[in-house]
Ligand binder design. Structure first.
Ligand code: NDP
Length: 477
C-alpha cells in the first residue's frame, strides 16, 4: 500500500501534522533528515494510524501515490531550500510540494516560480495553532495553484479545525498568498496581544486591580464579544501563582518580550505596500522597546506624573471602559490587517476572499475568536468593504465605545501608563474620519524646501509656489 501524502521534517510540528493525518485515516509516509525522529514517531505513535517510515529521500518518494504530495515541515529559510533541492530531482511533473513552515511569502513566490518551470506544484501553506493545533486541528492557509488544491484540499480540510462544521482551511490564492496571509495573521496576533497587555497594565496601574482580580475580569470579558483564545489564556496566565516564590507568575517573568520575526515581516511589507498598519507596528515596537535593556536602564529615572490610581465613579466604570477601549482598538488592528491583505492581493494579483480568510481564522489558530464571525459576515455583506470600520455592526460598536476609549487613553496619558496600541488605534480612527488632515501643511513644507509641488482642492493640476528667501511667495505657477 502506498501513502496518499508524506511529511518530511518530523520535529514537533511535522510529527503532529503527520499524526493528525494518520488519525484521520490517511496513510502517511514519514521522513526526517536524522533517522531518530522517524523511529521515535513510529515507536511512540505507530498505533494511531498507517505510517510508512522511510530512511532515505528515495524510499520516501517511492512510498507515495502519484501524483505525489510531499509536505515539508522544517526550519524556514536555507533548510527549506536544502530539502526542496534534495527532493526535486526525485519528483515528476504534476507532483506537489507543500511548504508548511513559516516561510517568507517572497521566498515562496521565488520557489513556486522555479518549480512551476519544472511542472511541479509548490504550495506555500500557512499553518497556525502551534503544536496542539497541528495535532488536533490547525487553521490551514494554502497558496499555490488551484489545481494542486483539488487533491490537497480534501486532505487539509479533513485535518483542519472545524467551526460550525466548516473546515478552517481554504485555497487562499496563487503562489505566496497563503504565507502572506499567515504573516498578517501573526502581525494581527502581535497587535491583539499588545492590546490585551495594555488592558492588564491599565487595570493594574490605574485601576489598582491585582493580577488575580484581572484574571477574573478577563474571564468575564471572555463570555462576551471579546470571547477568544488569547483572552482565555491571558486569564489563565494571570491566575497562575509561581510555585517557587508564591508571587503572581506575571511578576516573576522578565518583562522583555521576544519575537521570531513574522510580526516584523508584516510591518516591513506594510511599509513597502504603503498600508498604515500602525497597530501591528506599535506592537512590534513595544516588544523591541521592552527588550532594549540598556535604553530602559538609562531612562528609568526620567520624570513622570504621580500615579494616583483612580477612585470613585471613574474606578467604578473603569474595567468596562477598558473593555470598550480594547474592543475598539482591536477592530482597528483587524481592519488594518485585512487592508494589508487586500493591498497584498492587489499588488501580487491574488484573488483573496477576505471573508473566507476571516472564517478560517475562527478556529485552530492563535487569534481564533467569536469576533471573526462578525468579520466574516461584514465581508459577506459587502465584499469590497473599504475598511471594517465602516461596516454596519463595527461602525456602531466603535462609535458606542469611543467615549470610553478616549477616556481610558486620557487616564493613561495622565498617569503616565504607556498605551501605544490603544493610542495609535484611536489616532488611526480619528485620522480616517477627519474632514481635513494637516497633510496639506506637510505638502506646503515639501513644496517650500524641495519644490515637490502640490495639488489644490479647487483646481486640477500640479502646482509649485516660488518661495522667496524670506518665506514670502514670489509668484505662483
Ligand atoms: P524546527 O523549526 O525546530 O525545525 C526542525 C526540523 O527541521 C527538524 O526536522 C530538522 O531535522 C529539520 N531541519 C533543519 N535543518 C535542516 C536541513 N538543513 N535539512 C533537512 N532538515 C532540516 O521545527 P518545528 O516543528 O518547531 O517547526 C517546523 C516549521 O513549522 C518551521 O518552519 C516553523 O517556523 C513552522 N511553524 C512552527 C510552529 C510552532 O508552533 N512551533 C507553528 C507554525 C509553524 P533534524 O531532526 O534532522 O534536525
Amino acid at each position: 500500500k502506498k501513502a496518499s501524502i508524506g511529511v518530511t521534517g518530523l520535529a514537533v510540528m511535522g510529527r503532529n501534522l503527520a499524526r493528525n493525518l494518520a488519525r484521520h485515516g490517511h496513510t502517511v509516509a514519514l521522513h526526517n533528515r536524522s533517522e531518530q525522529r522517524t523511529k521515535e514517531l513510529v515507536e511512540q505513535f505507530g498505533d494511531e494510524g498507517d505510517f510508512i517510515p522511510a530512511y532515505s529521500a528515495q524510499a520516501f518518494v517511492d512510498a507515495l501515490e502519484r501524483p505525489r504530495q510531499v509536505v515539508i515541515m522544517v526550519k524556514a529559510g536555507a533548510p527549506t531550500d536544502a530539502v526542496i533541492d534534495e527532493f526535486v530531482p526525485l519528483l515528476e511533473k504534476g507532483d506537489v510540494i507543500v511548504d508548511a513552515g513559516n516561510a517568507h511569502f517572497a521566498d515562496t513566490r521565488r520557489r513556486e516560480a522555479a518549480l512551476r518551470e519544472k511542472g511541479i506544484h509548490f504550495v506555500g501553506t500557512g499553518v497556525s495553532g502551534g503544536e496542539e493545533g497541528a495535532l488536533h486541528g490547525p487553521s490551514i492557509m494554502p497558496g499555490g495553484s488551484k489545481e494542486s488544491y483539488q487533491s490537497l484540499g480534501p486532505l487539509f480540510e479533513d485535518i483542519s479545525a472545524k467551526v460550525d462544521g466548516e473546515p478552517c482551511c481554504t485555497h487562499v490564492g496563487a503562489d505566496g498568498a497563503g504565507h502572506f496571509v499567515k504573516m498578517v495573521h501573526n502581525g494581527i496576533e502581535y497587535a491583539d496581544m499588545q492590546l490585551i497587555a495594555e488592558s492588564f497594565d491599565l487595570l493594574r496601574g490605574a485601576g489598582g486591580y491585582s493580577p488575580a482580580e484581572i484574571a477574573q475580569v478577563f474571564q468575564t470579558w471572555n463570555s462576551g464579544r471579546l470571547d477568544s483564545y488569547l483572552i482565555e489564556i491571558t486569564s489563565q496566565v494571570l491566575a497562575h501563582t509561581d510555585a517557587a516564590s508564591g508571587k503572581p507568575f506575571v511578576d516573576v517573568v522578565a518583562d522583555q518580550a521576544e519575537q521570531k520575526g513574522t510580526g516584523r515581516w508584516t510591518v516591513q511589507i506594510g511599509l513597502d505596500l504603503g498600508v498604515p498598519i500602525s497597530g501591528i507596528a506599535e506592537a512590534v515596537f513595544a516588544r523591541s522597546l521592552s527588550g532594549s535593556s540598556n535604553l530602559r536602564e538609562a531612562s528609568r529615572g526620567l520624570g513622570g506624573p504621580s500615579r494616583a490610581p483612580l477612585t470613585g465613579s471613574a474606578l467604578h466604570t473603569f474595567a468596562d471602559d477598558v473593555e470598550q477601549a480594547l474592543y475598539a482598538s482591536k477592530v482597528v488592528a483587524y481592519a488594518q490587517g485585512f487592508n494589508q491583505i487586500q493591498a497584498g492581493g492587489a499588488e501580487y494579483g491574488w484573488d483573496i476572499d477576505l471573508g473566507k480568510v476571516a472564517s478560517i481564522w475562527r478556529g485552530g489558530c492563535i487569534i481564533r475568536a467569536k469576533f471573526l464571525n462578525d468579520i466574516t459576515a461584514a465581508y459577506a455583506d459587502e465584499p469590497a468593504l473599504p475598511t471594517l470600520l465602516t461596516s454596519g455592526g463595527f461602525r456602531k460598536a466603535v462609535e458606542d465605545a469611543q467615549d470610553s476609549w478616549r477616556s481610558v487613553i486620557s487616564t493613561a496619558v495622565r498617569l503616565g501608563i504607556p498605551t501605544p496600541g490603544f493610542s495609535t488605534a484611536l489616532a488611526y480612527y480619528d485620522g480616517l474620519r477627519a474632514e481635513r488632515l494637516p497633510a496639506a501643511l506637510v505638502q506646503g513644507q515639501r513644496d517650500y524646501f524641495g519644490a515637490h509641488t502640490y495639488r489644490r482642492v479647487d483646481r486640477e493640476g500640479s502646482f509649485h509656489t516660488a518661495w522667496a528667501a524670506d518665506g514670502r511667495p514670489e509668484s505662483s505657477a
